[in-house]
Design a protein around this ligand. Sequence first.
Ligand SMILES: Nc1ncnc2c1ncn2[C@@H]1O[C@H](COP(=O)(O)OP(=O)(O)OP(=O)(O)O)[C@@H](O)[C@H]1O
Length: 476
Amino acid sequence: FGQSLLHTLFPPELRFASLKLLHRVFSYFSAYCYYDITESDGVNTNELYNAVQLYLSSSASVSGSRLSLTRALNSSSITYSLSSNDRLVDSFNGATVEWEHVVTQRHSPTFSWRPLPEEKRVFTLRLRKNNKHLVLNSYLDFVMDRANDLRRSNQDRLLYTNSRGGSLDSRGHPWESVPFKHPSTFDTLAMDPLKKSEIMADLLDFANGEAFYQKTGRAWKRGYLLYGPPGTGKSSIIAAMANFLGYDIYDLELTEVNTNSELRKLLMKTSSKSIIVIEDIDCSINLTNRNNKLGGRKNAAASPPPGDDGANTITLSGLLNFTDGLWSCCGSERIFVFTTNHIGKLDPALLRSGRMDMHIHMSYCSFPALKILLKNYLDLEESDVEGEEFAAVIDEAEMTPADISEVLIKNRRDKSRAVVELMDGLKIRAEKSRLKKLGMGNVEDEEQEKRALESPQQLQQSCIGDVVDDDKMLRT
Ligand SMILES: Nc1ncnc2c1ncn2[C@@H]1O[C@H](COP(=O)(O)OP(=O)(O)OP(=O)(O)O)[C@@H](O)[C@H]1O
């Protein structure tokens, strides 16, 4: 009826303007006002959208009439959310508000080959005009706080990966996510307790330090560099950090990123309260020269053509801007973690003070760390084993926690055998290191082979975790 009236009364040129006018008149006399909260502002993800989604998912289960239920792969819980164009009524301080979830799809003409249409998701908040001050003041703050609490209490964290390269999904996201269920915590982590509590205190200071960062004019972010031999727990400590703070993890695969601008886009699409990890940074990209315009392994072969300024590659300065420059400040409460097995291979620019706030050396298993492993794996206290004997050889043995946990897992049904085998393994390794230090590396080989002829089992023990010796094992 309205449409035919419009067609009769107004000439085509005036129809659009008259519609706008009618809309304004309607809004002026309407008792309600509306707020749109879009999923993304075109560049950044909108934190408020995510918070509203989480907040509504907790209250939707009780009061919603039509809900969409999702259960992510491997997730332990079902998530309720509003279906497209459905509404939910909420109340706050005696005022009633209404949420509507609007999902619109459009096929992009330029990318008509894309299998999925582009989606635009918006939460629309409707409330009475006389309650408007509630929204601007406390209701949205309440929603944000509640969402933060839910996020912290929710055990299902997300692990994001950019393994799809630079391509985007239907919602324009470059990251794919899976539920993150790594069981590592600071309790299970075998490392020096003093070092452990120092790291935990640092993490807590960071997470509760919004006011401090504001006061000192620093971006609310922190960088950790984890270095040490393979198997010393670098990945485990990252999982423990995420579980401790309740943060999501973004596992950034540098070899999938082609340009500095792609790197910036990835950063912009990360949410706050997250840990951005680049593992084995020395292997992902050549970082020896700040001006070195070199991509990752896959780009290393393809040197830029003559005349190309190298814009299609990642540079060290691009990476430093990612963690440290102006771009690193979009969003807040982010932790950057780089890991490396060879700290000596890193450019000093990456190591200079202030860039990575804390350098954490993940070392071979020490006696305090061994006690934690014995307790966790075998439920043994220091008094249950020959503590002094272990303490005497453990440092010299230079065995990683991964090597030791292998021995303990293998014999976990027979505790005394596990202890004996571990002690034998440690003694052999300590002896090897002693000989090595005396410059008798060759003697070690001969001795080992002689021993192997006598007892192949002993050789096996002496090679626990010694990757380079695999070849020797085979030969024997
Ligand atoms: N400090 C540790 N505390 C407890 N377990 C550990 C520790 N270090 C290693 N482990 C055990 O060894 C396994 C491998 O460890 P992890 O992957 O964390 O080592 P990494 O230093 O990251 O190795 P890489 O450099 O090869 O990635 C883990 O699954 C864990 O069970």
